[in-house]
Design a protein around this ligand. Structure first.
Ligand code: UT7
Length: 331
């Protein structure tokens, strides 16, 4: 029997500081009513100034390993998806998380796939395990987006939050495995959702910093339209390919960017409320951390049980997008 990859544990870490829409009303020209109507977001959590992305990721990772019933020594690979790494170039956030966990000598690296990060992680982990290269992979989506948000730009600062989610993916003969993943990209519209500065295109210098190029810039309306169309097709394709009906999905756990995007896909698939996990209202958009945070929310609220069939989808900067079908292998 061929080796399968199973998601055997899920966890998350949410920082302490809650930022409400009412708090934002005092910071920029906005209103709770506008934010809730256009996005569904009511609150988000913000890391303190001494907490970096690897601190958030470490806390989620530690709990994911504990819940997997493995020892830290059993982990043979750590991959972190993030667009707000501790450091722009090096070291990777994954290496810093490995050090905080006391794990040395194993493969550790970051990936950059924006909000689709967790789907990319699942695909990479599945391939590493099915090829026999690795046995127990720790995957982490971690973001301190508050560090790359322009707090004077009302069109973006109301959207994002900080947090981390982690999972252990293990080689398994169990029937609860990652059934399929699909990842994709289109770089032609990269300027619609971008942090233009501080890379080699626009290096960190006073002129670029004075133009706020280090922050997230988004043409929200255009991104919204493309996200809805792309995701609606992507989820239909993965269900069709695997001959699974949307009625058979126990939990739809989408990337949490905007309640209207989630509802559009939900309607397209005729999903019922009880099939959908919504956390955008409380956490906002936490990019690569949003799906594992939502999955953990379902788990901790007894909505996700061993063997449950999950459908995941995500769309983000790049553009990147993707979907996944998997059965929960955790206890
Ligand atoms: O996670 C990665 C993928 N990201 C996404 O999927 C995000 C996709 N985009 C969105 O979620 C939505 O486009 C937003 C929530 C970002 C914006 O909603 P929208 O309905 O597309 O609004 P808009 O950008 O078209 O702006 C409508 C109006 C504008 O005013 P005018 O030009 O009509 O007078 C904006 O200036 O709303 C104004 N506006 C605001 N008003 C109050 C923009 N931001 C705010 C704000 N408060 N925070």
């Amino acid at each position: 029997m061929s080796i399968k990859a199973s998601l055997i544990s899920i966890s998350a870490y949410v920082p302490d500081l809650l930022l409400s829409n009412q708090d934002l009303e005092r910071m920029v020209e906005t209103s709770d009513e506008w934010i809730v109507k256009r996005t569904g977001i009511k609150t988000r959590y913000i890391a303190n100034k001494n907490e970096s992305t690897s601190d958030l990721g470490y806390k989620a990772a530690k709990l994911a390993i504990k819940r997997s019933n493995l020892n830290v020594d059993d982990i043979d690979c750590i991959i972190c998806a993030t667009i707000s790494p501790d450091h722009l170039c090096m070291p990777s956030t994954a290496c810093k998380i490995a050090h905080k966990l006391g794990i040395y000598g194993i493969t550790a690296f970051d990936i950059s796939a924006a909000c689709t990060g967790f789907i990319y992680l699942l695909e990479i982990a599945k391939s590493f395990i099915q090829s026999g290269l690795k046995k127990n992979i720790l995957i982490i989506g971690a973001e301190k987006l508050s560090s790359i948000v322009n707090w004077n730009d009302r069109s973006t600062c109301i959207l994002f939050g900080d947090g981390a989610g982690a999972a252990v993916i293990s080689a398994s003969k169990d029937e609860n495995f990652i059934i399929d993943t699909h990842t994709a990209s289109d770089g032609s519209k990269n300027d619609l959702l971008i942090t233009p500065g501080c890379g080699s295109a626009n290096p960190a210098n006073l002129e670029n910093l004075s133009q706020n190029l280090q922050f997230i810039h988004m043409k929200g309306n255009e991104v919204f339209r493309i996200a809805v169309n792309t995701l609606s097709k992507d989820v239909e394709d993965i269900l069709k390919k695997n001959q699974i009906s949307s009625k058979d999905i126990d939990l739809f756990i989408p990337h949490q960017a905007n309640l209207r995007i989630i509802n559009a896909v939900k309607q397209k698939l005729n999903l019922k409320d009880e099939q959908c996990i919504i956390t955008v209202d409380r956490f906002g958009n936490t990019s690569s951390a949003s799906i594992p945070m939502a999955m953990n929310f379902a788990y901790e609220n007894n909505k996700l049980k061993n063997g449950d069939l999950m459908l995941l989808d995500a769309f983000g900067g790049g553009f990147t997008w993707g979907s996944a079908l998997l059965k929960f292998g955790g206890k």
